[in-house]
Ligand binder design. Structure first.
Ligand code: ATP
Length: 305
């Protein structure tokens, strides 16, 4: 189907939380092997592609001032790569309606990359095969393929080799911190802590217990097995996150963890009522800037009618 229009194409794309993030030792190329269980959550950015004379980016939303509007924006990079592959010029304006926290460990930039790719593909009527879109996503970044696919998936390699996994419905609260954390800086701190502690880092492996709990839809089972190897590094760089984690648990969350490389923290809750209660308590605690309530699994990037 050619969904090209003169007014534009809008794609909605979800954020993610890692319910397991197992990190291996640094490889010679500096990357780390991961066993990464991604879960897409119902916190969405929207990217609209409209015809333009040249490639431009705009952004609105509470964190818009932290989003680069030049060619380093992953949405712009996606448009450039897609256009180059098809030998056309990336003449498009990309508008990002940003709701996903920036530099928050929720793959917001990756989400916009995947969304821009899908939006430009539809706007330009290219009908690029799904496998090629996934290739371009992997070229854009480790988390980008999952943003396209959504749902729940195990990511291996740098996180970009995806296998879908089963997931029941879960409810979450996210506490957004002041300021971001750089993902490479958190990985460097992970390496530094391992070296200082003289700790052997095992091969990262997906936990069978975690995958079973995720499939079961039982929040008590999942609460017991959530695991993020980057959490000590994120807490070392941002010690104040410990108070946020404590405040959510005191308010009734079943479990709390740092989302990916942080500094957003994620709270698994029993149901939507409990989500509202925990979010209100977190906001009142003064340990975070704001909160978001979400459910999972959410679908991947999708063109809106
Ligand atoms: P991840 O969870 O994948 O490690 P993150 O959620 O921690 O990523 P992002 O929101 O993707 O972090 O932003 C990381 C940096 O990427 C930002 O500080 C910004 O400079 C840059 N960036 C590039 N494109 C975007 C975009 N479309 N939205 C937000 N940040 C972007």
């Amino acid at each position: 189907m050619n969904t090209s229009t003169s007014t534009g194409v809008t794609v909605r794309v979800p954020a993610k939380v890692n319910v397991q993030l197992a990190v291996g030792a640094a490889r010679p190329d500096g990357f780390h092997d991961l066993a990464n269980v991604f879960l897409a959550v119902s916190l969405f950015d929207e990217v609209t592609a409209t015809p333009a004379d040249s490639l431009t980016v705009s952004c609105t939303g509470p964190d818009a001032d932290q989003v680069p509007l030049d060619r380093t924006n992953l949405a712009a990079k996606a448009a450039e790569i897609l256009a180059a592959r098809h030998g056309i010029s990336p003449s498009v304006h990309l508008h990002i309606a940003k709701n996903i926290p920036v530099a928050g460990g929720m793959a917001g930039g990756s989400a916009d990359g995947a969304a821009a790719l899908l939006a430009c593909d539809a706007l330009w009527g290219l009908d690029t095969p799904r496998a090629e879109l996934l290739d371009i996503c992997a070229e854009l970044g480790s988390d980008v393929p999952f943003s396209l696919v959504g749902g729940a998936a195990l990511g291996t390699g740098r996180g970009e080799l995806l296998t879908p996994v089963e997931a029941g419905a879960f409810h979450w609260v996210f506490a957004v911190a002041d300021g971001g954390l750089s993902t490479p800086a958190v990985f460097r701190e992970f390496d530094r802590l391992a070296e200082t502690e003289g700790r052997e880092i095992p091969e990262p492996q997906a936990s069978p217990e975690l995958l079973a709990a995720l499939a079961s839809g039982d929040p008590d089972a999942l609460a017991g097995v959530l695991a993020n190897d980057l959490q000590p590094a994120a807490l070392s760089l941002r010690p104040s996150l410990a108070a946020t984690l404590d405040a959510g648990v005191e308010a009734g969350a079943l479990a709390a963890l740092v989302s990916g490389s942080g500094p957003t923290t994620a709270f698994l809750v029993r149901d939507p009522e409990s989500a509202l209660k925990v979010a209100a308590a977190l906001e009142a605690s003064g340990t975070c800037r704001t909160t978001r309530v979400a459910s999972a699994p959410a679908p991947g990037a999708v063109v809106l009618a």
